[in-house]
Ligand binder design. Sequence first.
Ligand code: FAD
Length: 382
Amino acid sequence: MPDKTFLGWPFFDERHRVLAAGIESWCASNLPCADADVYAACRDLVRKLGRDGWLKHTAPDPGGAAPLDVRALCLIRETLARHDGLADFAFAMQGLGAGPISLLGNADQRHWLARTRSGEAIAAFALTEQKSGSDVANIVTNATRDGNGYVLDGEKTWISNGGVADLYVVFARTGEAPGAKGISAFIVPGDVAGLSVAERLDVISPHPLARITFDHVRVGATSMIGAPGDGFKIAMATLDVFRATVAAAALGFARRALDEALKRVRDRRMFDGTLADLQLVQGAIAEMALDVDAAALLVYRAAWAKDSGAARVTREASMAKLFATERAQRVVDKAVQLHGGDGVRRGHIVERLYRDIRALRIYEGASEVQKVIIARQMLAGA
Ligand SMILES: Cc1cc2nc3c(=O)[nH]c(=O)nc-3n(C[C@H](O)[C@H](O)[C@H](O)COP(=O)(O)OP(=O)(O)OC[C@H]3O[C@@H](n4cnc5c(N)ncnc54)[C@H](O)[C@@H]3O)c2cc1C
């Protein structure tokens, strides 16, 4: 049984405990999913998560006033990740993809949220380019003013849900100033003329992922989120919120690895006892438990701070992401070690976790980038 004592921490309200029990029982009935075809599996997961109301947590109600509940997002991601990385991915992208609209979209643009919250529309967040991943202020995809709209030309890569999304938020250079201040954010429907998949990308933990091309893609001026030149700020504000949820997914992977390790060491007989009797093994278990609890504290501190009205949680979210993803990798690696040969057998749960966790240390800002962000915040006295 996964440790649930953290739900008693003061970060949570009663509704969060009810939510945690609900998503746990949904996972028990619906996961793991069949993932031979990750594209079909993701479509199916989005449909089911929408049907059963879970996607409502990925964006605010367009007709209501309530903001995003980041603790709810984190609890759901943690639980989904503990059961099935692909389910977490399907849920998370609805939030990240629609995130700029949730946070800064106008009333007209927010109609998209009704569709992403129901699972009717799949969302994607298109920022990264081949030559600008970490150095994102240098993107070159261009948006040229043309009559009462813009024309987008360029290429984005590593786009999760690329090729399956109904809605892309695309960051492109509009040229108000060099670098970060000359980027704007656009809502681009997935079926628009000129948008195509140049390549599907296969990774160690597969999910829908592609390099996509914009060849004279025409969008109306009303598809711009915020003002011209606001794109970089919008991307960063979105990542501020969703980075804490990446940390929550890492926490879910780590908790699952710890649970699997506990089962294994209790059951595995050797040297006239069990693996759990060995003090070096107990040391590993203690370190894993410590990493999990410390990560959880950082994750839910960041989420609670945002929910409590903080305008930005840059430092808290970066700390949570850096610590939770790095430590989850370590926890999963220990779980693999404690499973011996079984741990590296293809298809074993800890082997899957070993692959699932790796990309989280790279995307939404690599670990080194998080360190730079944290240091800048500290040096600025934030
Ligand atoms: C599975 C997956 C899904 C993704 N999904 C999306 C998506 O949906 N949308 C999207 O826009 N992008 C997405 N990305 C892209 C992701 O955000 C980038 O891969 C990431 O920002 C790193 O950029 P890069 O790959 O170009 O690596 P680079 O920028 O070339 O960086 C390589 C390495 O350099 C090091 N490094 C970088 N900066 C510094 C620094 N300041 N100091 C020291 N070392 C540094 C880090 O170790 C980093 O990993 C995804 C990536 C992956 C792997």
